[in-house]
Design a protein around this ligand. Structure first.
Ligand code: ADP
Ligand code: MG
Length: 248
């Protein structure tokens, strides 16, 4: 999988005196085959950065590339996004199987149905779930389907934005374990976004800390967590110490 790079990216909402700089000169790289955790409190600009990468929010200045190329917004998409609310990626009127098959490369109907079932197994769901509808699944199961759907598109990189934040703590752990399994099985590249450092540290090898639109600290997860340099990172860390949802 190729690398995702943000290079001096600034994103402003609105114009003139009323404009708000949500992302301020951010540079960060998700190397191929790695999970980079992006952490910061609510409103720090994480989702704005994610949405810009997939073309949902215009970039004011800077560059976003995948494998060194600008991210195409039509045709085959090298980036897939999974959201906090699975209904943003799953159509409630489509069966699980149809939702997944929709993003598969063109092939016969039977082949796509078989591939959808394989993807369901990959995310630890029974293949016969393909006939069910999103409303028949639990929140954790719906996020598994959203991940299967993202994988169907064979993206270079997946952006996961707060995908466990709406789940019960016990279910969060199982989804985080799935992310770790998929990373080691498939060599997944992922930008994993959460406001919760305990969640991020469970899956990420590198951690980037964002505060008010800027990156205040980044490095190997172990270094950032053991010796945080920035007071804001220390604050985030002290608020999660003693709680490890992944292990719960
Ligand atoms: P996070 O995902 O870290 O919580 P966001 O990227 O959602 O942060 O928001 C960053 C800042 O941009 C916040 O101050 C938020 O209010 C503002 N913002 C987000 N989306 C919009 C929008 N569509 N229009 C105007 N301001 C926005
Ligand atoms: Mg957000």
């Amino acid at each position: 999988m190729s690398e995702l790079s943000f290079d001096g990216v600034t994103i402003r909402y609105g114009h003139g005196r009323h404009s708000l700089t949500a992302v301020d000169d951010v540079s960060l790289t998700v190397p191929g085959g790695e999970i980079v955790g992006l952490v910061g409190e609510s409103g720090s600009g994480k989702s704005t950065l994610a949405r810009a990468a997939v073309g949902l929010t215009p970039v004011t200045s800077g560059r976003i590339t995948v494998g060194g190329q600008p991210v195409p917004t039509r045709g085959r998409r090298p980036l897939q996004m999974v959201f906090q609310d699975p209904y943003l990626s799953l159509n409630p009127r489509m069966s699980i199987g149809q939702s997944i098959a929709e993003l598969l490369p063109p092939s016969s109907r039977a082949d796509r149905a078989a591939e959808a079932r394989r993807l369901l197994e990959l995310v630890d769901l029974a293949p016969n779930r393909a006939q069910q509808f999103p409303s028949q699944l639990s929140g954790g199961q719906r996020q598994r389907v959203a991940l299967a759907r993202a994988l169907a598109a064979r993206p270079e990189v997946i952006i996961a934005d707060e995908i466990t934040s709406a789940l019960d703590v016990s279910v969060q752990g199982t989804v985080l374990n799935l992310i770790r399994d998929l990373q080691s099985q498939l060599g997944l590249s992922m930008l994993f976004i959460s406001h919760n450092l305990a969640v991020v540290r469970y899956v990420a090898t590198r951690v980037v800390v964002m505060y008010r639109g800027r990156i205040v600290e980044h490095g190997a997860a172990a270094d950032v967590l053991e010796e945080p340099q920035h007071p804001y990172t220390r604050e985030l860390l002290s608020s999660v110490n003693g709680r490890t949802p992944g292990a719960a």
